[in-house]
Design a protein around this ligand. Structure first.
Ligand SMILES: [Zn+2]
Length: 188
């Protein structure tokens, strides 16, 4: 199949009929996302038995405002992602999951698409480049405020590198929330 350059939505039904992943070559500016360079790279989507898997290798250059000195600076943004999205139908059966779907613990995924809906690559790119925006914006070593303040907690960076699976599990486990609440109440 030839790679597509137009970011047109595709129906889940159509994806299911393909034997190979659908690939879009990306080189575009998005209306609602300000970037200095076009977003370039590729996005692919493949239909598995009860889900679709979306992969991407995208990059662009954006302008950010430094949290410390309020100066504008350029930041190279990468969006290299692999995401499994569950297809919701009336009779999803766990026994039909492929090995890859099982390894992603499909049942615990929050993202889902209806089997009669479309996958919209442009919307997906918009959502995912936004997710890659840095939480703490710092213009770098040359920042005039660099030596004055050192308040950015280092955990903001390390949190991001943790596997997503752990986060999903933590937030999904009600026992953990109860335990945390109890600790709060009883610890001095
Ligand atoms: Zn700065």
């Amino acid at each position: 199949m030839e790679n597509d350059k137009e970011l047109k939505p595709i129906s889940i039904k159509e994806l299911e009929s393909f034997n190979t992943p659908k690939v879009w070559e990306v080189e575009c500016f998005l209306h609602s996302f300000n970037s200095l360079w076009p977003i370039t790279g590729w996005v692919s989507v493949e239909h598995l038995s009860e889900s679709i898997i979306v992969k991407s290798e995208l990059q662009t250059l954006i302008e950010l405002c430094c949290d410390r000195c309020s100066q504008q600076f350029e930041h190279k943004l990468f969006c290299n992602t692999e995401e499994l999205i569950r297809i919701s139908t009336k009779n999803n059966k766990k026994s039909h999951y492929t090995q890859m779907e099982s390894s992603h613990e499909l049942a615990e995924l929050n993202e889902s698409l209806d089997s009669s809906s479309n996958f919209d690559p442009e919307r997906w790119i918009f959502e995912h480049v936004n997710l890659e925006l840095p939480i703490s914006k710092h213009c770098g070593e040359k920042c005039p405020m660099h030596s004055h303040i050192e308040f950015t907690p280092k955990t903001t960076i390390t949190n991001k590198t943790q596997p997503q699976k752990t986060n999903v599990k933590d937030s999904a486990d009600p026992r953990l929330a109860i335990l945390k609440k109890l600790q709060k109440n009883y610890l001095p």
